[in-house]
Write a new protein. Structure first.
Length: 306
């Protein structure tokens, strides 16, 4: 085992900072193997210490490269392997884990290097419980991808064309309709809950979101109860899980079902008129007040307006 290297498996996504950060907890050098576009390889090159790019897949699905990725990673005998939680990334991680004879641990919250492997804290039972697992050997971890690396110095991308599984091609691509940017890679997320009295009042929260340069999200009732916000925007145990630098919860009570979706957030700020709302026990900063007064004041202070 090369105890100095962790490998990151990148499945055609430029958002890799979460992967690299986790990998660096387990070994000082991070190597990324990328299946997908040159854009994804260039993004990885701004975060990892070395990048191996398997070439443009063209009309071949990323998953068809699973065996090739497993060959590359297994040959390096890394201390740990980290990938994202997307379906394609899971397929690649599964192939690597099978080759290494290791399980894949998902919903990872924290990792610690150990003498013979790692200690992994991960969520189970839909995020209701945290479990600490000691992994002997090579840990294979599925974690939140994080954000796209900022522009800056990059290592050279090493091109190593690989042969995918034969006979598999993409016949059609139908992008899923989205109402905004990618919540998973957003650095700032502003979420609204049942404290909002009318759908038209979303404009108040949208103005603050734009002033912060963030993405709008919501709690489940606003997406599945009254349909004021699209379902790909709600955060919680059965919705999105995000890890922004800043998470602003407005009119959200802070029940466990919602808060498990923001455990990876850097700073949590809450605005709620109920001083006893559970969210205040889980945030870094809290404002007790009517969102209809507080939110416009914050927006104005930031130079924005509804």
């Amino acid at each position: 085992m090369n105890s100095n290297q962790s490998w990151v498996v990148v499945a055609d996504e430029p958002a890799v900072t979460g992967l690299v950060t986790t990998a660096r907890e387990l070994a000082p050098q991070v190597v990324a193997v990328v299946v997908g576009s040159r854009e994804a390889a260039d993004a990885a090159a701004r975060a990892a210490d070395r990048v191996v790019w398997l070439g443009e897949p063209g009309q071949v699905p990323v998953e068809a490269y699973a065996a090739a990725v497993a060959d590359v990673v297994a040959a390096a005998a890394p201390a740990a392997v980290v990938g994202a939680t997307s379906p394609a990334a899971r397929a690649l991680l599964g192939a690597v884990a099978a080759r290494l004879g290791a399980p894949v641990l998902s919903n990872v919250q924290q990792v610690e290097a150990a003498a013979d492997g790692a200690v992994v804290t991960h969520a189970v039972l839909g995020g209701l419980v945290e479990h600490r697992t000691g992994v002997a050997g090579v840990p294979v971890l599925a974690v939140d991808a994080g954000a796209v690396p900022a522009d800056g110095p990059a290592v050279t991308v090493e091109e190593a064309p690989a042969t995918p599984f034969a006979g598999v091609t993409v016949t059609q691509v139908r992008p899923r309709e989205r109402t905004g940017g990618d919540l998973g890679s957003a650095r700032t997320v502003v979420a609204i809950g049942r404290g909002l009295r009318a759908e038209a009042d979303l404009a108040i929260v949208t103005a603050l979101t734009e002033a912060l340069g963030g993405e709008l999200a919501c709690s489940r009732p606003l997406a599945e109860g009254v349909d004021w916000v699209s379902k790909d925007r709600y955060i919680g145990i059965s919705g999105q899980r995000v890890s922004p630098d800043l998470y602003l919860a407005i009119g959200i009570s802070g029940q466990l079902q919602h808060m498990v979706g923001v455990r990876g957030a850097g700073t949590v700020v809450a605005i709620n008129s109920d001083k006893d709302a559970p969210v205040f026990a889980q945030c870094d900063y809290g404002i007790v007040g009517d969102l209809y007064d507080v939110v416009p004041a914050l927006t104005a202070a930031l130079g924005g307006g509804a």
